[in-house]
Design a binder for this molecule. Structure first.
Ligand SMILES: C[S@@+](CC[C@H](N)C(=O)[O-])C[C@H]1O[C@@H](n2cnc3c(N)ncnc32)[C@H](O)[C@@H]1O
Length: 262
């Protein structure tokens, strides 16, 4: 583990146990599972041999990705699962049943300081992770560092301008003020665009579930329209994306040198 991020690790273990309990609830929401599958589809995993999930939680998403896209007789695959919480990594170790050609590696680290060489992975993803990370910008840049040229990085954000994002931010601020704990650090779409403009990448952005909240105070997911529908509204319209509940960024790293404008 890098030694300069002990403050970031402070919340990891209490959060780990919470996520083991909460992931069952999220896994019971049909719209959420549909969204997770769409996210994994964006990665185009077929043919990749070095894959990293950052913030792997209980390992359910990696298990789905392996079964769905890596269970045939293709080349050997190195699949790394990184998480800040050793409690969660223990649960991955217990539950993961990889297909024959997949070799999983479980590593405790933070997304902000990934212990891998530059340009190592073909595919990297962070699903529902960045809004828990103390420094999401640094995590995105470190994931880009270890991505091969031509490789694909997919991550999602929850926008602060969506009703769910607004409620989640408020509830986090109140709970941090009353009980302490981890402050969430949301990124706005404009911050991400600004940051990625400095990098040599191509970006595809899709927003999911504009405007409507997925949970309401007191009512929770009881009145969640997305759970009742068989499809997820999505958009590539830059004016609507800030209001989406979740937005997926697919970032392709270019191989060519960036030409600086004079
Ligand atoms: C909401 S869970 C999502 C888990 C999984 N990706 C999924 O979608 O089911 C967020 C995960 O990110 C991990 N996490 C939070 N901050 C992190 C950080 N800075 N570096 C690495 N992992 C982190 C948490 O421990 C947790 O496993």
């Amino acid at each position: 583990m890098p030694d300069d991020n002990s403050a970031e690790l402070g919340y990891a273990e209490s959060y780990g146990q919470q996520w083991i309990d909460r992931s069952k609830f999220w896994g019971s929401l049909r719209y959420h599972v549909r969204y997770q599958k769409q996210f994994i589809e964006c990665l185009a995993l077929e043919g990749s041999t070095k894959i990293l999930e950052c913030g792997s939680g209980t390992g359910e998403i990696a298990q789905y990705a392996m079964e769905q896209y890596l269970s045939d007789d293709g080349p050997a695959v190195e699949f790394c699962l990184v998480d800040i919480s050793s409690t969660l990594l223990k649960s991955v170790r217990k539950n993961l049943t990889p297909p024959k050609r997949v070799q999983p590696h479980l590593i405790r680290a933070t997304g902000e300081h990934l212990p891998f060489d530059d340009e190592y992975f073909d595919r990297i993803y962070a699903l529902s992770m960045l809004w828990y990370a103390p420094n999401p910008k640094r995590a995105i840049l470190d994931m880009l560092r270890i991505l091969k040229p031509g490789g694909l990085l997919c991550f999602d954000i929850m926008s602060i301008f969506n009703p769910t994002g607004i409620l989640a931010t408020l509830s986090n601020k109140i709970s941090v003020a009353l009980r302490g704990g981890q402050r969430v650090a949301y990124l706005s779409p404009s911050e991400i665009s600004f940051m990625l403009r400095q990098e040599n990448v191509e970006i595809d952005v899709v927003g999911y579930m504009p405007f409507l909240p997925t949970a309401l105070p007191g009512i929770g997911n009881g009145l969640n329209l997305f759970n009742l529908m068989n499809w997820l509204p999505k958009t590539r319209n830059p004016l609507l994306i800030p209001f989406c509940n979740k937005t997926i960024y697919c970032v392709k790293k270019n191989g060519r040198q960036k030409t600086k404008k004079s």
